[in-house]
Each structure stands twice: as structure tokens, then as C-alpha cells.
Design a protein around this ligand. Sequence first.
Ligand code: FPP
Length: 246
Amino acid sequence: MALFGKDKKKSDIPQIVPRHVAIIMDGNGRWAKRRGLPRTAGHAAGAETFRRVASICREWGVEYLTVYAFSTENWKRPAEEVSAIMELLRKYLLEAIAEMEKEKIRIVFFGDLSPLPAELRQLAEETVERSAKYGPCQVNICLNYGGRDELLRAARAFAADCAAGKRTPEELSETVFSNYLFSAGIPDPDLLIRPGGEERISNFLLWQAAYAEFYFSDVNWPDFDREELRKAFAAYALRQRRYGGV
Ligand code: FPP
């Protein structure tokens, strides 16, 4: 929804701000190709965009921002590209730790961090620990994450609890199941943004996005700026959410 009258002068905070925004940061490779640069340069620009967007979300009062940084399928990419993404994450986490006092953003990871390089895993754990006291803005970084993998892990953990006598199959409800996901305790995303021109979910938040509003943009992720985010929020403000009702 647009801003009106004197408020516009005071602040550029959109009037309707989704509580939880999820983003598939797509189009880094194409952004780079168009400029005759290596794909890794696109990821570096994408990491900068992520930092700016997280900061704007905090400023505008978004409570949860969930970004898809690396999927369970992304290991299929050339080794050089995989290590460039890991290096960018390392750099980001190091800087985030240094800047935490200023930004006060809580950082959490969704995904299985165990196959990651040991140094990156430790850095991720340290960032989570040190930022746990911050808020109200929380950034969930999906790393070695896949929606189907998350559902299988949850099903397996619930079955194991049943086998151990801690749960019974009859107890399984949507609420109980949700608590076995990486996103346990976090509200579902209200708005799911996919820049980069593709219109698909790519194994992202399959359970959680059940009632999310989708916003697709042709802008490649590295070019996704404040104005693009404002357009996405404006489109969201016009949606009528019925959750299956009338
Ligand atoms: C998709 O673009 C992007 C990725 C697979 C990687 C996203 C990673 C970052 C933005 C950098 C690190 C992240 C953080 C949180 C610091 P693509 O390569 O599929 O683009 P294309 O479809 O144009 O080839």
C-alpha cells in the first residue's frame, strides 16, 4: 500500500509490512553473464544484495527473513562455484559477527550443516549463539537446505520418537509436525519473493509456504534494491488472503 501525505516525508516505511518474508535469491549467474563476468562475481554481488535487503527488512519491521543461500541440489554445481559461495558465506558471517552490535539481527540456519567445511560450520554455530539475544528481526539462512529433505527428517524424527515411546502416531497434528521442522516455533512466510524471472518453488519451504503469497520479478537478485522490495510489499498489500475460506 502506498504512503500518503505527511508520512511520506517522514519515512519510507511501507504501511503494510509482511511479518515473515522468504526469498529465493535467483539470477546471480545470469546477472554476471550479461556483464561478461564469471558466475562467482554474480554470487558476490548477490551476497551484497542480501546484506542490504536484510538491513532494509530490519528497518521496515519485518520480523523474519528467510533466504535460500544453498540447496541440497546445489552441490551439483562446479566445485569452484560451490567453494566461492561457501567463501562468501564465511566472509558474511565474519562481518556479521563484527557488526552484530549495530544491526542486532538474530541469525539462524535451516539445513544440515554437517557436510560444510569445519571452519564455516563453527562460524555458523558461533554466529547463532552470539546473535541469539538479538531481535526482533531474525534472518534464517537456508544452507544445504531442501524442502523434501526437511520433511523426511521431520518424519524420521517423529517416527523415532514413536519407536522410543515418547509419541504416538495419533498425536500427529500439523502443529506437532511443524515442531519437527527447522522452522519450529517460527510463523509461516507471508510473502515469498523470487527474483530472476523463474516462477517455481525449487524445493524451498514446501510445508511452510502453503499459504504464502508469491511475488515473482524479472529483476536478477543482484539488482534487487529498496525500490524492488517496496514493489513486492505493495503487491502483497493488495492481496486478499483467504486461507481456503471465502
Ligand atoms: C541462485 O542464482 C543463487 C545461488 C544458488 C546462491 C545464492 C548465494 C548467495 C547470494 C551468496 C551467499 C549468501 C549469503 C547469505 C551471504 P543462480 O546461480 O542459480 O543464478 P542463475 O539462475 O542466473 O544461474
